[in-house]
Design a protein around this ligand. Structure first.
Ligand code: COA
Length: 557
């Protein structure tokens, strides 16, 4: 079928659905929901069999849904309606939730039901549920809806009725935390229901911030008081204990919003910082654990973003594990993201974004170098999505495995034509050949892990949850290190490893080009970074997505 995706942004769910639909043989194109006239024009140009709306913030114009069937992917179970479906489910601690595919009609989320898939809820942030359970359920539900459509099986019901009902948009008043009255469980649930966007508004420290990345902690104090800091997160007292806050959003004087590690946000707001603490449970830390001959290294950084401080912590952990008698290193990132490269938010907040960009690239390059220099067998086990430098960080391992369903964006062009570093000029041609490497660098599209295996970018996929895939990879690697022949593999690695001069030349070549991106005449990277981090709404759909707008015979990739 010819499918036109209509979406507020090309977010993770929209990317995944595009790629799965295309793999199923459909012809896919996309238009951002900018205004009604643009949507009408897109429908006229694309002449789709169906419009699919994976992520919309407002209604589809009536003349559009009356002319072309429009299927909405709603993140709620049968009967649920409204724009804050997941927020309500997470805040109320619902044990089960779902995704329903409905046809657009005049009343929001009330149309005919084409498919519905339920799932058990984890205790996690809204964004985490969205990226994991909602995304997997949406793939299944949309596939089932399209099968029904194509097979002429008809709708499941003529209207969206069920046990659930319509819920209002969730306001900050409905989210508000009362530090004196609420216990840790409730505070965590409320912050998680607002995460990643819009965050939970809080002015109790004396300045307006939005709270994110909440985890139960241990401590005692006046409710709301800041007890300590660790990994740039802060520990705040609740009525019955404490809660870690990993990140806070600030509103800049020009109205733009910036999400930062909590201590940086507090410093920028002029709030006093608490002393360091070793209280357990702080998010965004790096951990190394030993399992037989394998050192398992986790780095679950919020949004996969690597500031100078986070890259330095990861580099230290890798160097420490490489200096031990471990014979293999398994790096798994975090369950949400493997890595999205350098942290663009801390760069935006720095006194000199160009200098901070360079420092962040040198720091992530040092992480890459620690991997390239390790004498152990190094495996990158990507449990979550990865973008830009994060993908190339993984290529510094000897073997790269990704969870089936992971979406990779292995290019830098979308961030203002960045040249890219992370030793990609060394690692990528070794995997794809010079032409394949050049081709990949010219694209702007994401790809599924299984497609990445087909082109040779990664070595394999494993099915399962992020935790299940990590456990399976660890068991495999422990068995491999214990098997005969492993020493020979390490000896072969030592024999074929790149020499220091080759690596230094690659790095110098890349940094020279990155300096031009950071300090040169062309400011595209700085503009793209600000637009991305501040979430500036899109004013047009890029041609590599709006295929219906491309000249016949010319396809932007
Ligand atoms: N630095 C800081 N924050 C980042 C980030 C980065 N490198 N990459 C992603 N994020 C944040 C986003 O701002 C968003 O924050 P929000 O929850 O406050 O909205 C969150 O992570 C999720 O990102 P999103 O874009 O919604 O995820 P996605 O899965 O839809 O898209 C990517 C994935 C990789 C395509 C996209 O995140 C991206 O382009 N990231 C930037 C990659 C990059 O250019 N890195 C620098 C060069 S190495």
């Amino acid at each position: 079928m010819r499918l036109l995706l209509l979406a507020h942004a090309f977010n993770s769910l929209t990317q995944r659905l595009w790629l799965e639909l295309e793999a199923d043989g459909h012809e896919v194109t996309l238009e951002y929901d900018i205004n009604d006239a643009v949507t009408r024009a897109a429908v006229q140009m694309a002449r789709p069999d169906l419009v699919i709306a994976p992520f919309l913030k407002r209604a589809i114009p009536e003349d559009v849904w009356r002319n072309v069937p429009c299927l909405i992917v709603h993140p709620g179970p049968l009967g649920d309606k409204g724009p804050s479906a997941l927020d309500h489910a997470v805040q109320a601690g619902r044990p089960q939730w779902g995704v329903t595919v409905l046809q657009a009609v005049a009343e929001m989320d009330a149309g005919a039901v084409w498919a519905t898939v339920n799932f058990p809820m984890r205790r996690a942030a809204k964004s985490s549920i969205y990226r994991r359970e909602v995304t997997e359920a949406a793939v299944r539900a949309l596939r089932s809806a399209l099968n029904r459509w194509e097979g002429g099986l008809g709708r499941l019901s003529d209207a969206n009725h069920g046990v659930e009902d319509a819920k209002p948009a969730m306001t900050q008043a409905a989210r508000a935390v009362d530090w004196a009255a609420m216990d840790t469980t409730e505070v965590v649930a409320r912050i998680r229901a607002a995460d990643g966007q819009p965050g939970l508004r809080d002015a109790s420290l004396g300045a307006e911030v939005w709270l994110h990345d909440a985890w139960p902690g241990e401590g005692r104090g006046t409710p709301g008081a800041v007890l300590g800091q660790r990994n740039e997160a802060v520990l705040r007292a609740t009525r019955d204990g404490a809660v870690w806050i990993g990140a806070m959003t600030l509103r800049l004087p020009d109205g733009k919003r910036l999400k930062l590690p909590a201590t940086r946000a507090m410093a920028l707001r002029g709030l006093p910082l608490p002393p360091d603490t070793d209280a357990p449970g702080a998010p965004n830390g790096v951990s190394v654990t030993r399992h037989g001959d394998v050192a398992l290294i986790r780095f679950p950084f919020l949004n996969g973003a690597m500031s100078v401080a986070r890259s330095r912590a990861l580099e230290a952990a890798i160097r420490q594990a490489s200096a031990s008698d471990a014979r293999a290193l398994l790096l798994t990132g975090g369950p949400e993201f493997w890595s999205n490269g350098i942290d663009l938010a801390t760069i935006e907040a720095a006194a000199s974004p160009p200098e901070e960009s360079l420092a962040a690239i040198e720091a992530i390059d040092d992480v890459c170098l620690a991997l390239l220099e390790a004498r152990q067998w190094v495996v990158a086990g990507m449990q979550g999505n990865a973008g830009a430098g994060g993908v190339f960080l993984a290529l510094c391992a000897d073997r790269v495995i990704a969870r089936d369903g992971v979406v990779l964006s292995p290019h830098y062009k979308n961030m203002g034509n960045l040249y890219g570093s992370e030793y990609w000029t060394h690692t990528l041609p070794r995997r794809l050949g010079p032409e394949g490497a050049a081709r990949l660098m010219e694209t702007r599209m994401p790809l599924l892990a299984r497609e990445a295996v087909r082109i040779g970018l990664v070595d394999g996929t494993r099915k399962g949850t992020p935790e299940g895939v990590e456990a399976a990879l660890l068991a495999e690697l422990m068995a491999e290190t214990a098997a005969p022949g492993f020493d020979a593999r390490l000896a072969e690695k030592a024999r074929t490893r790149p020499d220091a001069a080759t690596l230094a030349a690659a790095r110098a070549r890349e940094i020279a080009r990155m300096r031009l991106n950071f300090f040169g005449f062309d400011t595209s990277y700085h503009v793209a970074r600000l637009n991305f981090i501040a979430g500036v709404p899109k004013s047009r759909t890029p041609l590599h997505l709006a295929r219906h707008r491309q000249a016949p015979g010319r396809r932007a990739s």
